[in-house]
Design a protein around this ligand. Structure first.
Ligand code: AMP
Length: 281
């Protein structure tokens, strides 16, 4: 396993790999790796000659009062896990490398970046789209691996790739969960033991939603009410949003009549957690 820190070196490596007709699978992450990240790595390893993992806590996707500074980082552990998975390259750029002082450009993906998480995190998806575009131009992969946990992120990146005519295979993989159903996330580390117990309400409410829809419920207002009831039983829980949307346009659906995404963001104490399910009726 090799660690590459500069854009130039990364581009040179990728060029050489491509000249020898090797496929490159790429997994962009912010590090503090867990089994969710590892599932993407394993898939890329299976499907490509070379797997590149990037670790970069991207400052431009954090709001001014968000957790950029305290976002968990563990370089040593990440390297250990990556090595175990027999990754070829970790791309580990510095902030200066990605955003030199004269840096100006950003990418905006229209209305879909202003709904759901984008509504409460203004500018977040501009930051995500921009860094992913920069990383893609640096790593030049044949396939990109993303987690469905960040459902809106998948839609934003797929839209950007389509609009910008990228020749890139984008694969989204299922959410990896803890035994009790909590979606794995680097931010779960912030939870106290009491909060950790309460955090399971996100998945419980989504599981209940699946049951309701299977039993015939189609009105989103009724679904929101049920989710709220389950979530707010927990003293540390506060709702950021609950949404029932089209899986591609992310437009709100009042009546469920096709494949939909039910997404939520819930604060457990000070920690904002997200989760979602898709249901095809
Ligand atoms: P992050 O490091 O949180 O930016 O995530 C990097 C990638 O891992 C993104 O594509 C995420 O959607 C994906 N990911 C994070 N958590 C999970 C999870 N629990 N299951 C599957 N993929 C995940």
């Amino acid at each position: 396993m090799k660690i590459i820190k500069t854009i130039k070196q990364m581009q040179a490596f990728s060029l050489k790999a491509k000249q020898s007709k090797k496929t490159i699978g790429f997994i962009p992450t912010m590090g503090y790796l867990h089994k969710g990240h590892l599932s993407l790595i394993k898939k890329s390893k299976k499907e490509n000659d070379i797997t590149v993992l990037s670790i970069f806590v991207n400052p431009t996707q954090f709001g001014p009062h968000e957790d950029f500074k305290k976002y968990p980082r563990d370089k040593k552990q990440d390297q250990l896990l990556a090595k175990k998975e027999e990754i070829h390259i970790i791309f580990y750029p510095s902030i200066k490398e990605m955003y030199p002082t004269d840096y100006l450009t950003s990418i905006s993906v229209g209305d879909i970046e202003n709904v759901l998480c984008g509504k409460t995190r203004p500018g977040h998806f501009k930051g995500v789209a921009t860094i992913v575009a920069k990383l893609i131009n640096t790593v030049t992969p044949s396939a990109l691996y993303l987690g469905e946990k960040d459902a809106q992120q998948v839609v934003v990146i797929k839209t950007m790739a389509k609009d910008l005519n990228w020749r890139l295979n984008i694969k989204s993989l299922p959410i990896i969960r803890e035994k009790d159903g909590l979606a794995m996330s680097s931010r779960n580390k912030y939870l106290s033991s009491d909060e950790r117990k309460q955090a399971v309400c996100l998945y419980q409410s989504l599981k209940n939603t699946r049951k309701l829809i299977r039993a015939g419920e189609r009105r989103s207002t009724k679904i929101y009410k049920q989710i709220k009831k389950i979530v707010l039983k927990n003293s540390r829980a506060r709702i950021d949003y609950i949404a029932c949307v089209d899986t591609k346009t992310l437009k709100e659906e009042k009546m469920i009549s096709k494949k939909i995404l039910i997404a939520l963001a819930i604060f457990i104490g000070k920690t904002r957690l997200i989760d979602n399910i898709t249901i095809d009726v």
